[in-house]
Design a protein. Structure first.
Length: 441
């Protein structure tokens, strides 16, 4: 793996363009756009205040910079660097901003979720959508960009509205049988909308594009329920992570559960490969031994090199006892992610924070477990192949594929820095004769 030189960054604001050609990063109130291959600076823009959010348009031609404290959004063009747009929400305030799939409209959510304002960059027209609900995931677009689904709350009841993105006209509006709707997400094929309830009520509802209820699923009652949800890229499976430490798979034909994946603290099956991260022991002679200076306070886990060892079973994983009398306990399946080919599912059980579980979806069984020395902060699949990148907040990036796994030391990160987030880039649509581009930071 090759690494670039270190460059400054604010609030982890660094995003690849959807086509993988550019890299946008922020340093306080400055927006820096680089060539993704050479990292040469192509454009440098100065915003009116410190940037809190950036987002590329789907066609990689514009970059949105949101300054929530000022209620401002500024848009910059790659093709015409001298052009820019400023959107001021004024006294209404601003808490969220995002692009529409066509890359020519911006959706701003005002304070207290009073409304969503749709700004057109082409016609300078403005549309308003009322009653957006303040929830974990209340807005979702279909992959083809034709429809928008919005979670709403009015008269103490939950609703979902479906809009046509071409003219922002209301297509369907229906109520949902939820106590406190928490999230919505379209299937990748855009045919089914998943709606799930608060963690106090285990319920996930599946609706068609015209608002018909296709199915409702409840695994158990009288306990904390759904914590995470993920569609497979093929739209054939819906994975549900629950507070009981299990991940459940629903199929797209009957919308019934086909299996549930348990996450025990001890791996007894000798057929399961368990990779355990271990520190490398330096091979030094007596003449090379030296005492570190008194001022050296670097963490040994972040500064030393590490490797993976295959553990022989039974293997006991490090567990974390959740605090039962506090809200949002660290327990249950907090992270779910399918590989781009839908062959694998990666999960993390929050009360086994150092482990990543990889499941074989074709055989519906556990494939491999990776246990790190530190708690897993995030993981993400390579968009082009079955390769998983993991970071733990230390100075290393961990890579797994069916062929094996490796620990990669990031240069320049051994002095108190660390990796807190991952982002991969690749061309989602590959034309004839083109080769996929792969990169990672």
């Amino acid at each position: 793996m090759n690494f670039s030189e270190v460059f400054k960054l604010s609030n982890l604001l660094c995003r690849f363009s959807p086509d993988g050609k550019y890299l946008a990063s922020c340093v306080q109130y400055r927006l820096v756009i680089r060539d993704a291959n050479t990292l040469q600076i192509l454009q440098l823009h100065t915003c009116l205040d410190q940037i809190q959010h950036i987002e590329w348009s789907a066609d990689s031609l514009f970059v949105l910079c949101a300054m929530y404290k000022r209620g401002l959004v500024q848009v910059w063009s790659l093709e015409q660097p001298e052009w820019h747009c400023k959107i001021d929400e004024g006294s209404a305030g601003l808490v969220a901003s995002c692009w529409s799939p066509d890359g020519r409209h911006i959706l701003n959510t005002t304070e207290f979720h009073l409304r969503i304002t749709v700004w057109s960059l082409c016609t300078k027209s403005v549309s308003y959508i009322k009653y957006p609900k303040a929830c974990q995931q209340g807005i979702t677009f279909t992959r083809d960009g034709r429809y928008l689904a919005l979670a709403e709350r009015r008269d103490c009841r939950d609703y979902v509205s479906i809009f046509v993105c071409s003219d922002w006209q209301l297509l369907r509006h229906f109520d949902t049988d939820t106590q406190d709707l928490t999230g919505i997400e379209w299937a990748p094929n855009g045919c089914v909308l998943a709606v799930w309830d608060t963690c106090l009520e285990y319920k996930i509802l599946l609706y068609s594009l015209d608002g018909r209820l296709l199915s409702a699923y409840c695994a158990y009652e009288w306990s904390l329920g759904i914590k995470s949800v993920a569609w497979s890229p093929s739209s054939q499976f819906l994975a549900i992570g629950s507070y009981d430490g299990k991940a459940r798979l629903l199929n797209h034909v009957t919308w019934k559960m086909i299996t549930e994946f348990e996450h025990p603290a001890t791996i007894n099956d000798p057929k399961i490969v368990v990779y355990k991260e271990a520190e490398k022991s330096p091979q030094l002679g007596l003449g090379h031994l030296s005492f570190p200076p008194p001022c050296a306070v670097a963490s040994p886990l972040s500064a030393s090199e590490s490797k993976y060892e295959i553990a022989s079973g039974p293997v006991s994983l490090q567990t974390l006892k959740p605090v039962a009398d506090r809200a949002n306990p660290r327990m249950g399946i907090g992270m779910l992610a399918f590989s781009p080919d839908s062959y694998f599912l990666a999960t993390r059980n929050d009360n086994v924070p150092n482990a990543v579980w990889v499941w074989d979806i074709q055989k519906l069984r556990l494939f491999v477990v990776l246990e790190q020395l530190c708690p897993v902060r995030s993981f993400q699949w390579d968009p082009q192949q079955a390769r998983l990148a993991i970071c733990t907040g230390g100075s290393k990036v961990y890579l797994w594929s069916p062929a094996g796994c490796m620990s990669v030391q990031v240069p320049g990160e051994d002095q108190g820095g660390g990796q807190h987030s991952l982002q991969t880039t690749g061309q989602p649509h590959i034309g004839p004769g083109q080769k996929p581009r792969q990169s990672m930071y």
